[in-house]
Design a protein around this ligand. Structure first.
Ligand SMILES: [Zn+2]
Ligand SMILES: [Zn+2]
Length: 301
């Protein structure tokens, strides 16, 4: 990661650096590309490449949510070993995409269980077959759950997963650390960044909007939401209002695409748009992805 975008991604500005003491500043500038940020005494996030990772440290062991890539997961593992001597108990995958599960393999032999929604596991294995990934590079979940989710007590913390149907894929779950009141949304929230909508893995923009409303209703005003990806200059740590804003954005994507279809535009013409009316804060590249997915969704009904 470039230093400039790294500074922005970690929410640190040069002005902010002025507030740090010399020692901290020196260690920061000598920093490796990865960043760990504690949100509570025992829950933190790790950022390097790919989807944001969350972790929980307890007397009963360590829980990790998502694993990035085989070249970045070992950085997280080493850092967590410095923080805790307890075993890695659970690795939970929010969904199957490679930037969230390719690093699973780094946890082979050190984590007791890998947990995910049953569709996430099916997608992971299907993609591994399609891409002819060597079996020794894939670590699939050994614990799966369906619509009822999964729950595990870990010391004073309770880890619970929710499944609200198809969104970004058909296998995304939401992980709640109940005591710390921190939620990992995986890729169900792209903060001010055009999302990838994986129609090939059963994504649904229409249900994604419903799902975000369910999430807002399930958690509360004080919940901190960790998301997989944010646009440069935006945080991966978000609030309920950001979920609402993303739901509105998805609604605007469908509305705009529908009106363009009615106006007789082709898919190729529609995806050339430069902005989604009503959601000007979503900038940068990748606009053709949600528009193309919306076209597919609206014309396949
Ligand atoms: Zn992702
Ligand atoms: Zn994804």
């Amino acid at each position: 990661m470039q230093r400039r975008s790294f500074l922005r991604n970690t929410g640190l500005t040069l002005a902010g650096l002025g507030l740090l003491n010399k020692e901290t500043l020196a260690s920061f500038l000598a920093d490796p590309a990865w960043k760990i940020r504690m949100l509570t005494d025992d829950i933190g996030v790790f950022s390097e490449k790919g989807g944001t990772i969350a972790f929980l440290l307890t007397k009963k062991g360590i829980v990790v949510v998502d694993s990035q890539f085989p070249d970045t997961a070992p950085h997280l593992i080493e850092e967590l070993k410095k923080k805790s001597e307890k075993p890695f108990r659970y690795l939970i995958n929010t969904h199957h995409h490679g930037d969230h599960t390719a690093g699973n393999i780094s946890f082979k032999d050190i984590v007791e269980h890998v947990v995910a929604h049953e569709n996430s596991k099916a997608n992971q294995l299907r993609v591994a077959t399609e891409q002819k990934t060597a079996p020794e590079k894939v670590l699939a979940p050994d614990i799966t759950f369906g619509a009822d989710g999964w729950k595990q007590k870990m010391g004073k913390e309770t880890v619970r997963t929710y499944y609200f149907g198809a969104g970004h894929t058909n296998g995304d779950s939401i992980i709640h650390f109940e005591h710390g009141n921190i939620v990992h949304l995986g890729d169900l929230l792209f903060n001010r960044r055009h999302p990838y909508v994986d129609k090939g893995s059963g994504a649904s923009i229409a249900n994604w909007i419903v799902l975000l409303d369910k999430a807002i209703a399930t958690f509360d005003k004080n919940t901190q939401f960790v998301c997989g990806h944010a646009a440069e200059g935006n945080d991966v740590l978000t609030k309920a209002e950001d979920l609402k804003a993303f739901g509105d954005y998805l609604g605007n994507v469908l509305k705009f695409t529908e009106s363009e279809i009615k106006a007789g535009k082709t898919k190729e013409e529609i995806v050339k748009a430069t902005a989604i009316p009503g959601s000007p804060e979503w900038k940068g590249g990748g606009i053709e992805r949600p528009l193309g997915a919306a076209y597919t969704e609206l014309t396949s009904k």
